[in-house]
Design a protein around this ligand. Structure first.
Ligand SMILES: Cc1ncc(COP(=O)(O)O)c(C=O)c1O
Length: 382
């Protein structure tokens, strides 16, 4: 017997009560019964996104919301700034390319956050730029970009939007859309939403909705204006992911019960404990300066193959964490602490990493990482 622990940055574990809610017999989506569920989910999403705006619910993975926000807001030939400090920043650029936009790339070293001053300079030199695209949390490098500072730059430019991929940020740490002046905020179900993959979310500011009036990129399935019209009637344009939306309602009830501030505090505590543990066993963090509380990226020690380490943890120990992507493949591992993850999941992850590293020949004192984490974890108990 091997008990599994899922600590990868998506998909994340799904709480038992959400699984049970989703296991109910199927209902038809054009019914008052479903519309009531949808209406509750719709309201709960505003709380999680910290916005008074509608949050669209799309049946797709997170990339669908990324693509939709480009195709619904922009036109071929439009110029955009893409902050590329990892796999998902790069994806903004690739989608923009596919839609015929002209991309001004701001490349950021993996593990570092963008300097808002650099963005300001590119904006000043290119006043025709229509949008800045960024990740609030760049999952591939476990970096949090300075969204608040970027919003301050775009807020004062009437013709420029800030489009934020909050796929591993919403429900992890504060990205208050209205307060900061974010124009588009996206997320996806398989991260802090504690749901299986399959739903994406997109919220647009008033300024962003104005862009939808003139945007000329081709689109069909992801038609935000059409979705908004349907949302007003507590439904979606096409067949919704009924079971996932039933699960979403349950998740949002859990979010309300815990309270958003407490959720942020829990994530911060778990992230702090993970980082302290990794440093206590002599490992180097990938993003020491601007870490995201969604996941902690750690360099594998010299002489250890990161790919084999992650595989051993998963296949032999039953503890799933993530490895690195692209040039970080085999060089790092990432432990997620977002969503349905609590104190003892982190203790398990840290102990497992200690044991696996030892198995691969890294010299360490057992319990040193767990010990450092426990002190921080204990502080958080109310
Ligand atoms: C920050 C970020 N953006 C975008 C995506 C892509 O989402 P999906 O794989 O759900 O399409 C992910 C998924 O890991 C992500 O972490």
């Amino acid at each position: 017997m091997k008990k599994g622990f899922l600590l990868a940055p998506g998909p994340t574990p799904v709480p038992e009560r959400v699984l049970l809610a989703m296991a109910q017999p199927m209902i038809h989506h054009r019914t008052p019964q479903f519309s009531d569920i949808f209406a509750e989910a719709k309201e709960g999403l505003k709380y999680l996104f910290q916005t008074k705006e509608d949050v669209l619910i799309l049946a797709s993975s997170g990339t669908g919301a990324m693509e939709g926000s480009i195709s619904n807001l922009l036109s071929p030939g439009d110029e955009v700034i893409v902050i590329n400090g990892g796999k998902f920043g790069e994806r903004w650029g690739k989608i923009s390319d596919a839609y015929g936009l002209k991309v001004h790339w701001i490349n950021v070293e993996w593990g570092k956050a963008v300097d808002p001053d650099e963005v300001r300079k590119v904006l000043d030199a290119n006043p025709q730029v229509k949008a800045v695209m960024v990740q609030a949390s760049e999952t591939s490098t476990t970096v949090a970009h300075p969204v608040k500072e970027l919003a301050a730059l775009t807020k004062i430019r009437q013709d420029c939007l800030l489009i934020v991929d909050g796929i591993t940020a919403v429900g992890v740490f504060p990205v208050p859309m209205d307060e900061w002046g974010i124009d588009v905020l996206l997320s996806g179900s398989q991260k802090a939403f504690m749901l299986p993959p399959g739903l994406a979310f997109a919220a647009l500011s008033e300024k962003a909705w104005k862009f939808t009036e003139t945007a000329k990129c081709r689109r069909f399935y992801f038609d935000f204006k059409k979705e908004r019209k349907n949302l007003a009637n507590n439904t979606t344009a096409y067949t919704p992911a009924v079971s996932l939306i039933i699960g979403l309602r349950e998740v949002l009830a859990m979010v309300k019960e815990e309270g958003i501030e407490r959720i942020y505090a829990r994530n911060e505590r778990l992230a702090g404990a993970t980082k302290a543990a990794m440093e206590a066993i002599g490992l180097k963090l990938l993003a020491p300066g601007n870490p995201s509380n969604a996941a902690t990226g750690v360099y594998v020690p010299e002489g250890v193959d990161g790919g084999k380490l992650v595989k051993y943890l998963r296949d032999t120990m039953g503890v799933t964490i993530a490895g690195g992507q692209d040039h970080l493949k085999g060089k790092i591992f990432r432990i997620s602490h977002m969503g349905y993850v609590d104190t003892f999941d982190i203790v398990v992850a840290i102990s497992a990493v200690e044991m696996a590293l030892s198995k691969f020949g890294y010299s360490l004192e057992f319990g040193k990482g767990a010990n450092a984490a426990q002190a921080i974890l204990l502080e958080g108990y109310e």
